[in-house]
Design a binder for this molecule. Structure first.
Ligand code: SF4
Length: 381
């Protein structure tokens, strides 16, 4: 796969064998082997991340540092200031290394939507963690009275085939804690996916001689949800993870597409959508609610100055087929890595907003945060 990031649809990687599975990979592979293959070995720089995902990575880095005692200070104000400085520095590094489309859209990391909100959350969580570590008030982390608190504990199962890094492993309280950068949803306090991850961390802890009786999800909005985890539940999750690993490796050495299982649930938020042929072959307008608006079509004309509209004949994706226009595209987003799309070229517009589907042409509006326009290589079907 080319390592040069542009708006040409990337070539998908071949699926490579993996020797061990992590909780994150387990979740991806349960949905779709190809999605897991991208997570395990894809070049993430070829696809722009969602700005919130980038900010979430920054928050996680701050928290990891704070929980390891790496934020200097003795008062809450000092911890917060130290955490904010670290967040700013981390975000500069992450932003510099990310896909150039994000650079074309935003002048710097602090221009990303919700930057200050994520920064404030990171600082508060870091201050709570630092206070907890120093024995002061403001506990955000369950902490053992007699030691046994392991931060970002790297664990491997006895057979070496499952591995993971729990955010906090509190052996004295038989608790594993996973930190989430998003706020709690409206439904269950702990989702099915989060429960599977907690159980797998518990399995890893048990395999390393640490008994776990409960899992905790802590969120950046400072909410906390706890679930009991029995040794049997943990063992069963470990067994399922090995089955998923074996199933994954049956695709090793095969083309990316051989492992694709497109569905509205599997493809939701999948970073592979721009280059996943199986998605484009299978996606239907009914998927739009879960998967978002993604349209492939042949360009008929391009109009406008700084704000560009692309008229196209939509042929595949979650939008209705037929005449369509994609409006409010910044020229810079289209030209930073090459020429503007030309008539007869096939483009894929991902994560647009549907404005009007009942008219002809259907109208899609570009969203500054998420929309990307990809050009399909001419040899692609
Ligand atoms: S877009 Fe869907 S089918 Fe393709 S890799 Fe992602 S989850 Fe799998």
């Amino acid at each position: 796969m080319s390592s040069e990031a542009s708006m040409l649809v990337p070539t998908p990687p071949t699926i490579k064998r993996i020797e061990r599975i992590s909780p994150t990979l387990y979740e991806a592979a349960m949905k779709c082997t190809s999605r897991a293959a991208w997570l395990a070995g894809g070049d993430g720089k070829l696809v722009p991340p969602h700005p919130r995902a980038l900010l979430g990575t920054g928050v996680h880095a701050v928290l990891e540092r704070a929980r390891a005692g790496g934020v200097a200070g003795t008062t809450e104000d000092e911890w917060r200031s130290g955490a904010e400085r670290f967040f700013d520095e981390k975000m500069r590094q992450l932003f510099a290394a990310t896909h150039p489309l994000l650079h074309a859209k935003f002048d710097g990391p602090d221009r990303l939507p919700f930057y200050n909100l994520f920064r404030a959350r990171a600082a508060q969580m870091a201050a709570d963690a630092a206070a907890s570590l120093s024995g002061r008030a403001g506990h955000a982390i369950a902490r053992s009275s007699g030691g046994g608190l392991a931060v970002e504990a790297a664990l491997v199962s006895k057979d070496g085939r499952v591995a993971g890094r729990a955010d906090v492993l509190d052996s004295a309280n038989a608790t594993v804690i996973d930190y989430k950068t998003g706020a709690a949803g409206d439904s269950d306090p702990v989702t099915e996916s989060e429960l599977r991850q907690l159980r797998l961390y518990a399995y890893l802890a048990n395999q390393n001689g640490i008994a776990i009786a409960r899992g905790v999800i802590e969120r950046a909005d400072r909410s906390r949800a706890e679930v009991p985890i029995s040794a049997q539940d943990a063992a069963e999750e470990g067994r399922r993870a090995l089955v998923v690993l074996d199933g994954y490796n049956q695709h090793a050495g095969k083309p990316f597409e051989s492992g694709a299982s497109p569905s509205p649930d599997a493809c939701r938020f999948c970073p592979c959508i721009p280059f996943c042929e199986a998605f484009w072959r299978t996606a239907e307008p009914q998927w739009i609610g879960q998967c978002g608006t993604h349209v492939e079509g042949v360009v008929e004309s391009v109009e406008g100055g700084e704000l560009v509209s692309i008229n196209l004949n939509a042929t595949r994706g979650t939008g209705a087929n037929g005449p369509a226009v994609v409006t409010r595209l910044s020229r810079e987003w289209l030209t930073f890595s090459g020429a503007i799309p030309q008539p007869q070229q096939t483009v894929r517009v991902t994560d647009a907003a549907y404005v009007e589907e009942s008219t002809a042409p259907a109208v899609f509006r570009a969203d500054r945060v998420t929309t990307a326009v990809w050009t399909v290589r001419s040899q692609a079907p």
